[in-house]
Design a protein around this ligand. Sequence first.
Ligand code: GTP
Length: 617
Amino acid sequence: MSPMARTAPVPAATDPAIIRNFCIIAHIDHGKSTLADRMLQLTGVVEQRDMKAQYLDRMDIERERGITIKSQAVRLPWELDGVSYALNMIDTPGHVDFTYEVSRSLAACEGAILLVDAAQGIEAQTLANLYLAMENDLTIIPVLNKIDLPAAQPEKYAAELANLIGGDPEDVLLVSGKTGVGVEALLDKIVRDLPSPVGDANAPARAMIFDSVYDTYRGVVTYVRVVDGHLSPRERIQMMSTRASHELLEIGVSSPEPTPSKGLGVGEVGYLITGVKDVRQSKVGDTVTNLAKPAAASLSGYADAKPMVFSGLYPLDGADYPVLRDALEKLMLNDAALIYEPETSAALGFGFRVGFLGLLHLEITRERLEREYNLSLISTAPNVEYEVTLEDKNVVHVTNPSEYPVGKIAAVREPMVSATILAPNEFVGAIMELCQSRRGVMGGMDYLSEDRVEIRYRLPLAEIVFDFFDILKSRTRGYGSLDWKADGDQVADLVKVDIMLQGEQVDAFSAITHRDKAYAYGVMMTGKLRELIPRQQFEVPIQAAIGSRIIARESIRAIRKDVLAKCYGGDITRKRKLLEKQKEGKKRMKMVGRVEVPQEAFIAALSSDESKDKAKK
Ligand SMILES: Nc1nc2c(ncn2[C@@H]2O[C@H](COP(=O)(O)OP(=O)(O)OP(=O)(O)O)[C@@H](O)[C@H]2O)c(=O)[nH]1
């Protein structure tokens, strides 16, 4: 019998009238996490001595890189005019790869603080996040941050911000997350201006899952926002999409350490623990209801995060394959956006094809695998997903160039994005030139202020996802910002370029490119390999080909490699050492046909210059 069937427990819920649910939205680096830290301190939930910078960014990588990846929700007590309020703050990531995390957080709030750096002004993700907040009908509180900076221009940017959201520049709050100036006034304003949540306390429970995190000790911790009804400890709950039911082992709020409570009622934000072991069983966007008294309709969920970039991940040491498999499985418990399947490469052995939201997601995943599971990995050149229609009308989706069908292709479609670029107007020419060279089609251009423009382009995803942002930054001297979202697909003139060593195709180096860029890829790759592969006993031709047509060619001249040549005289131990060393080296060689290719050559050839750059900046 379910506990709900007995007399209902005393409803342990906070009066919605004293609840305010809000999030902070901003362009990357405009100071969300710093402001959140300051709020934790001012409201007393974290004591001064426990405070470390970016308290909410718990992952090591987040702290080292100074970015937020996973959203976090915290309950903050705040008093105004003698009334104690409960403010639920949901921290959101700013990078474009993680936009899907932002939209989930927004759906759990009534209001948003739109935070803008007072020395930078509005940027591309300021706009993108503002539009998301407006789509969710949130009340917006405009705030200029970092007013302590000497370069801050509060009047100028307050006017820009007021102009954007339609208000008075006077109403834009001026704060500094660093020094704390203005933060108390901001907390007061949150209480005064944001609506309290509304819902039906007597209806069956409906709670929206906005995050789901795997914890080694506690299993999956599910973060929810209760819309209607009530959830209590020990009762059985049901996930509305799968109808799976679980017992609520623990229910509580983060303040910011997890604090069990007697239940969660209308408007409350908190966590649930049910003992499930996989985040996919507690799916973000799903609705939680009472098993004994289920709701009739679920809340509208969110679109699933869709991987945009694919790359092969291979262990440097083939023996690590099982470790990599287990590690991916574990990471996936916590990252519903990550997908993978096994693949094999003649050159690299056994590995996985993994789908990511973007390059930053790829880099972070790879870094976590290497760091947390002690793996050394090779990742192949990243790829988008192509839709290939064959002449027999069959359609295949290709995420790995070596699976590109040969011959008989009727059409290839590639994913497109609509991109928004913001920059000072002096860079308009440079930006248009860049977008044009990336097969972009201009959608429009608006002046946000006298000297700031918003330029819109439709571009192939493959053209912007890798190095576009770095080039945009350098051509706009750091002032350009970019945001993009998926925008259908288009037919494209694409070809597969193969790389061959001594006539033997090396699958790891194949690439799908636009026909106009195939030649450049062929020349670049053959040139790189000529430098990286040591001479062999025989001549090694390196060729790039489209089908059977050779488009670029290099060759490595033959040499007799005699490591003892320089070792005349009689020191036998030295000779032995050299021979040993040569044997060691051989172990790290991969054989491609008769050609010995050092592991390093694969790594160097595959680590394109742009992916070495931090995707963030
Ligand atoms: N001078 C000054 N610097 C600030 C202030 N707030 C934040 N910063 C600095 O700005 C940088 C970015 O701050 P974060 O809080 O990490 O920015 P964020 O928006 O949370 O970044 P993401 O989580 O990656 O989106 C850091 O170097 C902070 O120290 C401020 O009020 N004044």
